[in-house]
Write a protein that binds this ligand. Sequence first.
Ligand code: GAL
Length: 654
Amino acid sequence: MLGVCYYPEHWPESIWQQDAQEMRQLGLKYVRIGEFAWSKIEPRDGEFDFAWLDKAIATLAAEGLQVIMCTPTATPPKWLIDKHPDILPVDIHTGVTRGFGSRRHYDFSSENYFNQAMRISEVVAKRYGQHPDVCGWQTDNEIACHDTTHSGSLVAKQAFQLWCQQQYADIDSLNTAWGNIFWSMEYQDFSQIELPILAVTETNPSHQLAYRRFSSDQVIKFHDEMVKVIRKHAPNRFVTHNFIPLVDTQTDNFALAKDLDFVSYDNYPLGRSDMFFKHMPAEQYKPYMRTGHPDFSSYSFDQSRGVSQNNFWVMEQQPGPVNWAHHNPRPEKGMVRLWSWQAFAHGADCVCYFRWRQVPFAQEQMHAGIKRNDNSKAAAWNEVSQMRDELAKVNFSIEENVAAKVAIVTGAHSQWVTEIERQGDSYNHQRVEFGYYTALRQLGLAVDFISVDHDLSPYSLVVAPCLPIVSAEFVAKCQRADAHIVFGPRSGAKTPELSLVDNLGPGLLQQLIPIKVLSTETIRPDCSEVMTYHGESFESHCWREELELSEDVITEAFYHDGLPAVARFDKTSYIASLTCEAFLKTYFANLCQQLDIVMTELPKDVRIVHRGQYAFVFNYGAKAKQLPKVIQGEFVLGSADLAPYDVAVIKQAL
Ligand code: GAL
């Protein structure tokens, strides 16, 4: 299924009908509307205009299109801000109020905004909740984007004080939990508690972690209430939200997704690669400048499937150059189609393109659409129409799922700890996790993302690239599991309040592998050292721990000075350093062989994933690639000689 994001309020009504007709001809089924239209729906306080929206829905429906309606809460209008100035958030780095004039200018702790957002959501949900042509709902838009999870406002401070009061029995418990005796930071009363921002130098990590938990809770409270409001008035309709990359929400995404029917993801592989890979030398980056890294989109697709343990949608798919990254290249010809197929292969049930037509005014006028602003067909048009024809041929059912034997354990707490306590400037949580993911994907393995709360029984290999805080329940679950479990450095090293564990790292994980982390050092990324494994040399970089092993623990890899870099005991491995992709790939390949996990040897830039009876193969490279002989079956799309930027879909016997 395909869809598109459309803004009837940007165009004269006279063109809507033709737009709807062309959407249908292009094979689109869903149209998402309304997420930024508050000022048009309610131009003045309490004065509503729904005539245009009724008409837009009717025009789309007349062509058989189904509407996904959004709550317009990402863009509170000017009259509302003037009425309740405390809606505006305060920048935590400068203490300056973030003004009106773009979007997402609201503070999750503003009670005024909470009430207003639920009010407008209720008005819209009441009007369209049971509309026969509105099939589902999107909450807000890219919640927490543009660094809006944290606010340094007075209302945020008051809400944080209250939150602390609910978490700790009394102020002395809080002082002890955070270690406030250090630097005379003790409080005598909850009402004295500050936000951990704008201090002279570093603030207490425990205080920071509490503030992040609080801020995440505020986002979830806001979002949960909105879902409730929609469900009350829109029975039997799906409710979803369009997520940004999970690390960017600064929120516990598993908790955020819990009341949704499924998660949606906004896929901008080029815009986001430009930012994510900015450290990469040009000669490595350039081959992917117009494609994105082969594992970059699927990293977010697999995470989207993970947070709700369900198939997902792509609610926005980049159709050409965007306008908001450091640089905004055009996709290589064929990539819009490839990304769309890649989404389906990793568990998407629908891909919607952003946006129907390039808009000639305001902030996103340089952002491509399926059509240009003169209404001619832009580059994406042909690729979307190819998708329409090919989907009819492949015809997979949404009951067919990705089945993985390998899982990566992820979660917001791990990310927060590494951001609060970098210890080395070059430590980057997302890059660390992505390094493990891409190594596994290069071996042809399907990967699930799970939280510490998930069942481990479907997996033969579980990888936790960085899990600083672990609970006794999680350790017990690992003990019961059949899977081999690999932990990366920093794992188990911290208490839930972000202090050092008493028995040294990896803390409770010592029950799985009897080792101790005696010391930790970080080094410059350009000063990496050698690590040896089975006689081969690899890189140890940025983060290095000194291990003491109990008898019976095997050293599998060594630092340049002969000390243990990777330890193994029974079915647990501990990697004590950050290391290169080549090491992870070699190490996982050996483990998979021992664990009987089937891998597929793939040419460079080629990736494979299975969904139900189909194998999907992608060539991200600029040259044709010969697929390995083991990939057998009926080629519904493509061939064993896979052209650059092409996709093969192979029907296989189950
Ligand atoms: C998304 C956002 C859209 C639009 C788009 C441009 O992140 O949800 O509203 O701004 O980016 O690429």
